[in-house]
Ligand binder design. Structure first.
Ligand SMILES: NC(=O)c1ccc[n+]([C@@H]2O[C@H](COP(=O)([O-])OP(=O)(O)OC[C@H]3O[C@@H](n4cnc5c(N)ncnc54)[C@H](O)[C@@H]3O)[C@@H](O)[C@H]2O)c1
Ligand SMILES: O=C(O)C(=O)C[C@]1(C(=O)O)C=C[C@@H](O)C=C1
Length: 288
């Protein structure tokens, strides 16, 4: 159980956790904190949070759990705003899509990694953002990856694990570097490619016709290009090296496919597509 949960950034991710924990009666009170008063008023109106404070120091008074669900680029400034003002025993966690840069931010703000800091990442989301997009069951049966550090106390990790489990998630643990490499490949690269594809097509001379006749394939492939550009700009900057590695592997693979198509290499094309189809089919089977 949590007595007072403070959420910095009451948007899709923070708001959905608040809704789930309130429904599960897991928190006595949920307090939002940001500078955007309209958003916080909306969050109260929608029943996502009980109350809010515009002052981080005031917000964390009496809090036993603090969640940072702000864009990656704002993590360091939020940590700095609460440094030195936390209650003894309070746990700080985040929901950022990359973990290495949050750990660096914590190190630079606190000097060392505090034992109460538990980096985490819910592997669930939507292309919509803001508190209006928050939904109570966003995390049900989805994974949350915690990336505890050698400094992280077992007690703090357990509190964060139990919080996400109360929201319906399955919690797994991973080291920071592996997390950032894996997520660069499975989440960050697809977003970069989707944005780039739509951008490319929009600049084509035939873009009017392209968008007029775009159908299911285009919609399925590009849904995530409707995601928040600020969030994804930050992720690209914060997980740069791992994303570049994945992007270069894709560029090499696309170059091979380009050669196979230009040389009418029927067997080569079939081999690439058949292999990809079997891998995706197996992945989908595993999901059900
Ligand atoms: N959207 C997803 O699919 C998804 C999935 C997993 C993790 N994440 C991560 O979760 C975090 C939040 O993403 P989201 O989709 O909820 O975004 P969002 O835009 O819906 O919500 C972010 C909220 O943070 C607030 N905010 C911005 N700067 C702030 C600051 N300095 N102090 C306090 N509040 C501030 C904004 O007003 C907004 O309400 C990001 O770090 C993102 O990488 C997102
Ligand atoms: O489903 C979506 O729209 C998402 O983008 C969710 C998604 C992803 O699967 O890539 C996006 C970012 C995250 O940090 C975690 C999950």
């Amino acid at each position: 159980m949590i007595n007072k949960l403070v959420i910095f950034g009451v948007g899709l991710i923070g708001g959905s956790l608040a809704l789930a924990l309130r429904e599960a009666n897991y928190c006595k009170t949920v307090v939002g904190c940001s500078r955007n008063i309209q958003n916080l008023d909306k969050a109260v109106e929608l029943g996502v949070i009980d109350s809010y404070s515009l002052d981080p120091v005031e917000a964390v008074k009496g809090a036993d759990m603090i969640l940072l669900a702000v864009p990656m680029g704002a993590m360091a400034s939020v940590l700095a705003s609460i440094h030195g003002h936390l209650e003894p025993g309070a746990v700080v966690t985040d929901a950022g899509s990359a973990k290495g840069s949050v750990v660096l931010a914590a190190k630079s703000v606190f000097g060392t990694i505090p034992d109460y800091f538990v980096p985490a990442h819910p592997i669930a989301g939507r292309e919509k953002s803001g508190v209006e997009a928050a939904i109570v069951d966003l995390y049900v049966d989805h994974k949350v990856i915690v990336t505890p550090l050698p400094e992280t106390s077992a007690e703090a990790e357990l509190k964060v694990t139990e919080m996400w489990q109360a929201a319906g998630a399955k919690v797994e643990s991973m080291d920071v570097e592996t997390h950032d490499q894996v997520l660069a490949a499975t989440s960050h690269l697809p977003h970069v490619v989707a944005y780039s594809l739509v951008d490319t097509l929009s600049k084509s001379d035939a873009s009017d016709a392209i968008f007029q006749y775009a159908a299911g394939g285009f919609r399925d492939f590009t849904r995530i290009a409707s995601s928040d550009p600020t969030m994804w700009r930050d992720i690209c900057l914060e997980n740069r090296d791992a994303i570049l590695t994945s992007l270069e592997e894709l560029q090499e693979n696309l170059q091979t496919l380009h050669e196979q198509i230009s040389s009418s290499d029927s067997d080569g094309i079939m081999k690439t597509f058949t292999h990809a189809k079997s891998v995706r089919d197996a992945y989908m089977k595993n999901q059900s």
